[in-house]
Design a protein around this ligand. Structure first.
Ligand SMILES: C[S@@+](CC[C@H](N)C(=O)[O-])C[C@H]1O[C@@H](n2cnc3c(N)ncnc32)[C@H](O)[C@@H]1O
Length: 226
């Protein structure tokens, strides 16, 4: 992960549960859609790419009592917090501090999810990573990819960003964090449009890639490995 993102996530981690809901208006709905889709498939092994402070991993571990989950995150601050939050699950949860681009699991997974992470990764590396994810899933395995997206029409994109900025400020997010977040999104992040994301999933070798949820500049894709 690049240095500016490391610094940003170290700051965000301090009040993560509050900040993420100010910066991502329908965060809880996005998480719920992902967890519901996982629950319908009853996977036994799950990988959480970019687990942050581990709060979403916890929801998954609680919703699917049979699951063994691996939570990978590159940020030392986030990963340390995930370690604390997931300790109570014992052997069901493994926390790994690693850049996902260099993570080498020993076994394939039944399902992989990644929420609000892959926009940090430049396009060529991201396309390659999608191929790696497809290859690390068992046949028929599920990949749930929730992420920041960019609207293809710049006028619409500007309106969506300005609405999100107003929402974050009205919810009490400090101005410096709001500025930092939107500077990062417009300069240091690599969000696909929904069309490009679906194409990238298909090219990566997924048999199916569907857009299953979308709100302002966020979307969730459900992709199935062969
Ligand atoms: C906005 S947080 C999302 C956390 C969590 N998935 C959630 O939905 O609340 C993004 C996380 O992605 C992690 N991240 C970004 N790039 C990464 C990479 N290349 N490898 C592993 N983790 C990464 C960051 O450290 C950060 O914790």
């Amino acid at each position: 992960m690049l240095q500016p993102a490391h610094e940003y996530y170290a700051v965000l981690q301090r009040d993560y549960a509050t900040r993420i809901r100010q910066l991502v208006p329908k965060y809880d709905e996005l998480v719920r859609c992902t967890v519901d889709a996982l629950r319908q498939r009853s996977p036994r092994t799950v990988l959480d790419i970019g687990s942050g402070d581990g709060s979403m991993s916890q929801v998954v571990l609680e919703a699917l009592p049979e699951v063994r989950l691996t939570a990978v995150d590159a940020s030392p601050a986030m990963s340390a917090e995930a370690g604390r939050q997931l300790e109570r699950f014992g052997k069901r949860a493994t926390v790994v501090r690693a850049d996902i681009l260099h993570f080498e699991p020993e076994e394939p997974f039944d399902a992989v999810f990644s929420n609000l992470v892959l926009h940090n990764i430049p396009f060529p590396e991201k396309r390659q990573l999608l191929g790696t994810i497809a290859g690390r899933l068992r046949d028929g395995g599920l990949f749930l990819w929730g992420d920041l997206i960019r609207h293809p029409d710049p006028v619409v994109q500007r309106r969506l960003v300005s609405e999100r900025r107003a929402f974050a400020l009205s919810e009490g997010c400090p101005e410096d964090i709001v500025e930092w977040n939107f500077r990062k999104e417009s300069g240091d992040d690599y969000p696909f449009t929904t069309v490009k994301a679906a194409e990238a999933l298909k090219r990566a070798g997924f048999a199916r890639a569907d857009l299953v949820w979308q709100h302002d500049t966020f979307a969730l894709f459900l992709a199935e490995a062969h």
